[in-house]
Design a protein around this ligand. Structure first.
Ligand code: HEM
Length: 472
């Protein structure tokens, strides 16, 4: 039966929330909570003839994530004119669909496949050690700045190698600014329709960033030496069969940089923050980390594994995802015409109380007893577009976090505001996250804090149950 003929049997009108589309960018999570409370598992947000359909039920999310033929991906950024640098920079996997996406994903995925990942251990170890050598007991450090810098340096090294550190660093900084400006410009377009000044700035920044990436490509080509970094591997794919042209290479590299370093940095920040505010959990974890037989965080029976899983559940770095219908499609009892935007959220799904008891509490021990489906827990997405960097992110976080937590005790500076919001679909700190650096003296204690983070996670000082370290 075709989608059109099914439509005749399913003419129901999709419920419309009282939330407006222009409310969404200010606080996407609060807006989604309002839509869900008012209208249930599937509903629209509208304004001035524009509409996005929000989907909350995991079975419906499964349909959207797995049917990549009808639910296409589109980039959150404004794409720019056809031959502009902005268009080329946004040419990565997230804007590709169908056969193009499958072909390019196969190539781009290769350097991030499991057998390649141990090659990045040494540089990870070196960069964390350099960061920790710089930290002194008694100092206050901003976790946001520290983790973002660490991940920018690590991502530069993995993507571009170590031959041109200054240029790689410049590309990293420019990419950060570009991601931020894409968000601001996109949101200004969403809210007011007036974004021309920011848009001009964005186009200029896109040209500068592209020029630097081209410079790096040229240097690599002229040196005649290709290394083991991701850029070299993709350039070889280019040379071998011409499968990736320069403009696609630029799009892939930009997306890889943007997708890799901020998501991982935010996950590190939220994990360290939640642990610092959960003294009993931190105390158990510290004992595990300092045991003679070191327990890897890959090991499902380790508390480290459950802490990281729980952290990505309670404050997922990727807060929501979007698709649009490439053809008419039935979703639940509703019919969606071509072009309808569809939005679904990790944050909302990870806080469904029928799957996660007391969902706003940070409780790693819950993972002893639950095994949600890939559509009930999807910090890295799911289906044919699932994150290609997930194994690498898990491995690097599983080595960075234990090293930090063994070397120092961190406590959140008392009486500060810790604020979070969704920026370019990522749940990010919007103000510094200051922590005091202490010797590893095991004197774990939570600090009194305020700020919007308290709307997103409740951090009990006492464990909810015994047996934190009970194996799954
Ligand atoms: C904790 C860290 C990370 C998180 C939470 C994360 C999250 C995600 C999510 C949710 C998606 C799915 C997007 C969608 O379905 O529309 C995704 C896709 C992607 N991620 Fe990650 N990611 C992380 C780290 C990385 C790293 C380290 C890399 C690169 C090495 C990377 C590269 C990508 C790419 C290229 C895609 C697009 C895949 C495609 O469209 O086929 N990510 N990521």
């Amino acid at each position: 039966m075709s989608a059109e003929s099914t439509h005749i049997n399913s003419p129901r009108e999709i419920p419309v929330s009282s939330a407006k589309l222009s409310d969404f960018p200010h606080n996407p999570i609060a807006c989604l909570q309002q839509v869900h409370e008012e209208c249930g598992e599937i509903a629209a947000i509208e304004e001035d003839g524009s509409k996005i359909v929000c989907v909350f039920e995991p079975k419906l999310i499964q349909q959207v994530l797995t049917d990549s033929q009808r639910f296409h991906s589109h980039f959150f950024a404004l794409r720019g004119a056809k031959k502009s640098a902005q268009r080329r920079l946004t040419n990565g996997l997230l804007t590709m669909n169908g056969g193009d996406h499958r072909q390019h994903r196969r190539m781009v995925k290769k350097p991030f496949a499991l057998p390649s990942i141990p090659a990045y251990d040494e540089i990870t170890e070196r960069l964390v050690s350099e960061m920790l050598d710089d930290w002194k007991v008694g100092e206050v450090r901003d976790l946001d700045a520290e983790m973002t810098t660490l991940m920018r340096r690590l991502t530069s090294a993995v993507l571009f190698g170590m031959d041109y550190p200054d240029l790689s660093e410049e590309i990293g900084h420019a990419t950060d600014r570009w991601v931020r400006l894409n968000h601001d410009t996109g949101m200004a377009a969403y809210v007011s329709g007036s974004f021309s000044d920011q848009y001009e700035e964005l186009l200029q920044l896109a040209s500068d960033l592209e020029e630097r990436i081209r410079d790096l490509l040229q240097k690599r080509r002229h040196s005649g030496e290709l290394g083991q970094d991701v850029l070299s591997i993709l350039m070889q794919a280019h040379g071998r069969d011409g499968a990736i042209d320069d403009s696609q290479l630029i799009g892939h590299i930009t997306l890889l940089f943007g997708a890799a370093h901020l998501t991982t940095a935010h996950t590190l920040i939220w994990t360290l923050f939640q642990l610092a505010q959960s003294p009993f959990i931190m105390s158990e974890l510290y004992d595990e980390l300092t045991e003679e037989t070191e327990c890897s965080w890959d090991d499902k029976s380790s508390l480290g594994y459950r802490v990281l899983r729980e952290s990505m559940r309670s404050l997922p770095a990727s807060a929501y995802l979007q698709r649009f219908c490439s053809e008419p499609v039935d979703l639940g009892p509703y019919h969606l015409p071509t072009g309808t935007g569809v939005l679904f959220s990790q944050f909302m799904t990870h806080h469904r109380s029928e799957i996660y008891d007391s969902p706003f509490e940070f409780r790693p021990e819950r993972w002893n007893d639950i095994s949600p489906t890939p559509y009930e827990y999807f910090p890295f997405g799911a289906g044919p577009r699932m994150c290609i960097g997930a194994p690498m992110a898990m491995r690097s976080m599983g080595s960075i976090l234990p090293k930090i937590l063994r070397t120092f005790r961190l406590s959140v500076v008392p009486n500060v505001d810790i604020n979070a919001n969704v920026i370019s679909t990522m749940l990010a700190p919007t103000t510094p996250v200051p922590v005091e650096i202490h010797a590893p003296d095991k004197q774990f204690s939570a600090s009194s804090i305020s700020g919007s983070i308290l709307d997103l996670v409740h951090l009990p000082e006492m464990p909810a149950t015994d047996g934190l370290r009970r194996a799954a």
